[in-house]
Every structure is written in structure tokens, then in C-alpha cells.
Design a protein around this ligand. Structure first.
Ligand SMILES: Cc1cc2nc3c(=O)[nH]c(=O)nc-3n(C[C@H](O)[C@H](O)[C@H](O)COP(=O)(O)OP(=O)(O)OC[C@H]3O[C@@H](n4cnc5c(N)ncnc54)[C@H](O)[C@@H]3O)c2cc1C
Length: 354
């Protein structure tokens, strides 16, 4: 029995894109969403959908990712961004603020609304647990960062100390669903994207996930709580947050000298980021002319997950996109929104067939 042409699990970036693409093709689509609102982590994000300017830099920065999947993101992103704009998703900037990358910045609420109104039937507060009929399914449940046991198993023994910098509903449901149906794990299951945040007693609410991020490790001396040092290797600081997550209590200390305070990082200075830590309630010490900020790793999305082929297929009748998929930015960092956009459309196209 088939009541729909396509069933989608998750009304975040990947799921809404897949559903909107399928609906545009004239298919009947139902989207099951576990949370009480559409948008998932996309709605909390900065909304920058980007790619490396050159495919070679993507390969160099994410050396263990699947070359074919990376090429698809690189080649299709610009036309997929034009498609998003054609749906009325509001663009707030035509540059990413990073000379190494190109892309667009969207207003996340407007992006969610533009996609949701084209996504077919949306059922909020309804996790997909079993397939309601024999229609193909696109899994877009947003990764497994919300499940402490999976984070402990695959990422760090310090899982209980990590802060969740994401929607609360992405707990690996897509992963479990697909593995039970013959799906396989990608490489890099221990990798994740996140940001270091001010450590408790600071409190960081979801609307502060962006503004409270402490993104100046490369202008600081970084140590763990035992005093062991770490040298930052990447502009995205993905290596720092992954290192921090594996240190005692998933914490680090950033010592920032006076002369680094005025350094700009994106749209803010180091001093402004330290001020945001203080506003969140962090203890910021001022010692010998330098500031010391204690940070804790915040996990945003897992980067490992399900293995897909270039048609976004996981197993018979099962497709996946977004952070449920691994193997794209393995070894580094690339835009999760971009991968969700590109593979959301590919997943819908493959699931519906020619
Ligand atoms: C603060 C912040 C800033 C960010 N900034 C950027 C940025 O500027 N650029 C960028 O590229 N990326 C950014 N990201 C990451 C980006 O948001 C994610 O990579 C992207 O949203 C992943 O898309 P997704 O569809 O996999 O997950 P989501 O958008 O999180 O959607 C997953 C959805 O699945 C739902 N779900 C979970 N389980 C089930 C189930 N069993 N059944 C049904 N539904 C389920 C969830 O409730 C959620 O709505 C940011 C994230 C955050 C939190």
C-alpha cells in the first residue's frame, strides 16, 4: 500500500529541500518531524551556505572525504543556491566573509519558511519510527550529536561534558533506521563540527549559539586544564573543538594577550568574543595584562554517519542527506547546509526515479 510518492524524515535543511524538490516535480510528499517546529539546526544557524572556491582546496582541506560526493557538492551548489533563491528564500549577503570560500548567506527563519511552505504535508511532533507505507524514504534527521551514548561510543569518553550546540532532536534515529535496513557507516564517524563555547557556570541559550562562540584559538595560547598545549591548525578551528572534546571535562583555556584583542575574526574582534563569554556568565580572568577564558566543546553536527552513493542511496528504498550522511568533509570541515542542499535534491530525484 502506498499513500505517498515520498516519505521524508526530518524537516530541517536536508529534509525540507528533498520534500520541496519532490513536490515541485508533482510528487505527493509527507514530512515527519520529531520536533515541535520545522527548521532543525538550520533555523539556529548563521545561514551561510558555502563551498571552497576550488575543488582542489576542498580535497586538500577534507582529504579523507569521498571525492565523488565532494565533486557533486562543488559542481551543483551554485545552481542549487539559485533554486533556493527562486523559492523566495531571503539572501542577506552575497559573500561568505571568507576569501577562501564562495556562497550566500540566508536569513535562517526566512529560509525555513520558504522551504516549509513548498514541502508537502508536514507532521510536527511526529518522529519517523517505522515506514508508514512502502514509499521510498529520505532520511534527514540531522545526525546523532543529541545522543550521549552514541557520542561516547564514536566521538569521546567526555560525552557528558560536551554542550549540545544544535537542535535537541537529532539523536541518531536516521542512523539506526538505515543500519537496520542494510545501510553502512561512512568513514570518519568520530569527527564532528562544533565551536568552543564559554564553559559553565556560563549558560548559552540556543539564540546565543552563534554570538557566544569563542572562535579565536589561533590568536591565543591554548591548553587543556592540565596545562598541556595545543597548536591550532585550521582557519575553521574544527581541529581545536575536536581536540577540546577529548580533553578532561571537554574543556580548554584560551590565554589572550592584550595585542590580540583588536584582531578581527569574521565580523567580530577577539575582544568582542571575550565580552560575549563574560555576558554569558563565564569566569574571565585578567592576569598580567592577558585574558584567560575557559571554554567547553560544543557539538553542532556529527560529520560521520551513513555511507551514500552518488545517488544519495543508502539501501533499497532508503536515501539520506544532511548530517545523517557522513564521508563528505572527513578530515576537515565544509558547509553542512551546502551538503544538505545538494544531497537533499539528489535524494528526492533518485527516490522518485526518472
Ligand atoms: C549555531 C549554528 C550555526 C550554524 N551555522 C552554519 C553555517 O553558517 N553554515 C553551514 O553550512 N552550517 C551551519 N550550521 C550547521 C547546519 O545547521 C547543519 O549542517 C544543517 O542544518 C544540517 O541539515 P540537516 O537537515 O541534516 O539537519 P537539521 O537542519 O538539524 O534537521 C534535522 C531535523 O530532523 C528532525 N528529526 C530528528 N529525528 C527525527 C525523527 N526520528 N523523525 C523525524 N524528524 C527527526 C530534527 O528535529 C530536525 O528538525 C550551523 C548550526 C548551528 C546550530
Amino acid at each position: 500500500m502506498r499513500s505517498y510518492d515520498l516519505v521524508v524524515a526530518g524537516a530541517g535543511m536536508g529534509g525540507l529541500v528533498a520534500a520541496a524538490h519532490a513536490a515541485e516535480r508533482g510528487a505527493s510528499v509527507v514530512v515527519w518531524e520529531k520536533g515541535d517546529r520545522p527548521g532543525g539546526s538550520m533555523a539556529l544557524s548563521s545561514g551561510v551556505i558555502w563551498r571552497h572556491r576550488e575543488l582542489e582546496s576542498f580535497r586538500a582541506e577534507c582529504p579523507h572525504g569521498h571525492p565523488g560526493l565532494q565533486r557533486l557538492v562543488h559542481e551543483r551548489l551554485d545552481s542549487d543556491l539559485a533554486w533556493l533563491e527562486s523559492l523566495g528564500a531571503p539572501v542577506v549577503a552575497r559573500a561568505t566573509g571568507n576569501p577562501e570560500t564562495s556562497g550566500l548567506r540566508f536569513d535562517p527563519s526566512g529560509l525555513t519558511r520558504a522551504l516549509a511552505r513548498r514541502a508537502g504535508e508536514l507532521r510536527l511532533g511526529r518522529p519517523l519510527e517505522a515506514l508508514p507505507d512502502d514509499a521510498p524514504v529520505v532520511l534527514a534527521t540531522g545526525g546523532f550529536q543529541g545522543d550521549r551514548a552514541l557520542v561516547r561510543q564514536f566521538i569521546t569518553p567526555e560525552a557528558d561534558s560536551l554542550l549540545l550546540r544544535a537542535n535537541p532532536w537529532s539523536t541518531g534515529d536516521g542512523l539506526r533506521f538505515a543500519l537496520e535496513r542494510g545501510g553502512a557507516l561512512s568513514g570518519g564517524v568520530g569527527e564532528f563540527y562544533g565551536r568552543n563555547l564559554p564553559a559553565p557556570p556560563a549558560r548559552v541559550a540556543p539564540e546565543q549559539f552563534v554570538s557566544a562562540s569563542q572562535l579565536y584559538a589561533r590568536h591565543a595560547t591554548v591548553t587543556n586544564l592540565r596545562g598541556d598545549p595545543y597548536e591550532t591548525r585550521t582557519w575553521s578551528e574544527i581541529d581545536v573543538v575536536q581536540w577540546t572534546a577529548r580533553q578532561p571535562s571537554a574543556r580548554a583555556r584560551y590565554l589572550v594577550r592584550q595585542e590580540a584583542l583588536a584582531t578581527p575574526v569574521g565580523e567580530r574582534t577577539v575582544a568582542e568574543m571575550i565580552a560575549s563569554a563574560r555576558e554569558a556568565g563565564a569566569q574571565v580572568e585578567h592576569r598580567d595584562g592577558a585574558f584567560v577564558v575557559e571554554v567547553v566543546a560544543g557539538i553542532t553536527t556529527t560529520l560521520g554517519g551513513l555511507r551514500i552513493d552518488e545517488q544519495a542511496r543508502v539501501a533499497d528504498g532508503v536515501y539520506a542527506c544532511g548530517a545523517d550522511v557522513g564521508g563528505i568533509s572527513t578530515g576537515g570541515y565544509s558547509s553542512g547546509l551546502a551538503a544538505a542542499l545538494v544531497f537533499g535534491r539528489i535524494a528526492a530525484e533518485s527516490a522518485l526515479g526518472p
